[in-house]
Design a protein around this ligand. Structure first.
Ligand SMILES: *Cc1c(COP(=O)(O)O)cnc(C)c1O
Length: 351
């Protein structure tokens, strides 16, 4: 950045796959074989073998019946919610859900009820008061929350959904690849099956785009009704080929997963020991809460001078008074690089 070499602690490239030779090769081969653009939307003439193969591989990856590719995670969430919900649907949404989930529920003109972050009692109260007045209820949650790094209580959410005849919609964007057996996400780790599972391909998978997985019926419905799918040019086939290759790599990436989680655990322990406020969580995201936005940017600038890219996150992305540095170690960081970052935080504390 600005001609300086910085060690990046702010990406979502958790497994370090974005530059992996097998993904790069898959994309190169696709260019030769498929050309560049898909030329049209999927329902017109844009569907290529590359898309169908990626969908089959991604469905198999999360052990769902079927999956549908979208150009981005944003488009997947907006499209899926708009397709599944309407004015007679109540959407119960965690207060810290990703913006794309919020926008999807709005676009659907659904009855939106926001429950306090991870608060099951609040969710249940909202379900009790709203369920009878709606034809359909959908509980929507991130699996691993992007700014706090904490996890949704998916088993409890599944049980509440079953009790109240609601669907469970889980956005696995940050969990997929990192958590669960073979990186199959938090749902797999918790042994639950969401009705709708969204996975993104631009984070652990190192590529771009997203997929929605679930039943074959769900796929069929989205294929005809999700407007961000129907009215948008199909993803580049090379992205689909890279995503398929990534699904195989991610399955085999136990060592990389262990490295990210070990790095994150060390950062939590060591930064806490040096007096920094680091909330309880167990995934790859390590927020360091500073509070004041200016103080947060000072810390970010100090780290920059020390050779680390560690972005400050301020309102409105996070609530007022909780400005933070969101640290994300990745599998390709060396242990010595984690040590160096910890040393930089210590130097900041002692300055
Ligand atoms: C990143 C993210 C998205 C959006 O995915 P893109 O592919 O970047 O559009 C959706 N949901 C969550 C929880 C995310 O973190």
């Amino acid at each position: 950045m600005d001609g300086r070499e910085l060690l990046c602690f702010s990406s979502n490239n958790y497994l370090g796959l974005a530059n992996h030779p097998r993904l790069v090769a898959a994309a190169h081969e696709s260019l030769e074989r498929d050309g560049l653009g898909a030329g049209a939307s999927r329902l017109i003439t844009g569907t290529m073998e590359a898309h169908l193969e990626a969908e089959a591989a991604l469905a198999a990856f999360v052990r769902a019946e079927a999956a549908l590719l979208f150009s981005t995670g944003y488009a997947a969430n907006v499209g899926a919610l708009q397709a599944l919900a309407g004015p007679s649907t109540v959407v119960l949404s965690d207060a810290l859900n990703h913006a794309s989930l919020i926008d999807g529920a709005r676009l659907a003109r659904a009855q939106v009820r926001v429950y306090r972050h991870l608060d099951l009692d609040h969710l249940e109260a909202l379900l009790r008061e709203s369920r009878a007045g709606a034809d359909r209820a959908i509980i929507v949650t991130d699996a691993l929350f992007s700014m706090d790094g904490d996890l949704a209580p998916l088993r409890d959410l599944r049980a509440l959904a079953d009790t109240h005849d609601a669907w469970l919609f889980v956005d696995e964007a940050h969990a997929l690849g990192v958590l669960g057996p073979e990186g199959r996400g938090l749902s797999a780790r918790e042994g639950i099956v969401p009705d709708v599972l969204v996975g993104t391909l631009g984070k652990s998978f190192g590529a771009a785009g997203a997929f929605v997985a679930g039943s074959a019926r769900l796929r069929d419905l989205l294929l005809h009704r999700a407007r961000s799918y129907v009215f948008s040019t199909a993803p580049l086939p090379l992205v689909a080929r890279a995503a398929k290759a990534a699904a195989q790599l991610v399955l085999e990436a136990d060592e990389l997963r262990a490295r990210v989680l070990t790095h994150a655990g060390r950062l939590r322990t060591e930064l806490r020991a040096r007096g920094f406020e680091v909330p309880e969580s167990e995934g790859p995201i390590v927020p360091v809460i500073v509070g004041d936005p200016a103080a947060t940017m000072n810390l970010s600038a100090f780290l920059y001078e020390a050779g680390f890219l560690a972005q400050g996150i301020r309102p409105p992305t996070v609530p007022v008074g909780t400005s933070r540095i969101r640290l994300v170690p990745i599998a390709t960081h060396a242990d010595a690089e984690i040590d160096a970052l910890i040393a930089a935080f210590r130097a900041f504390g002692e300055r």
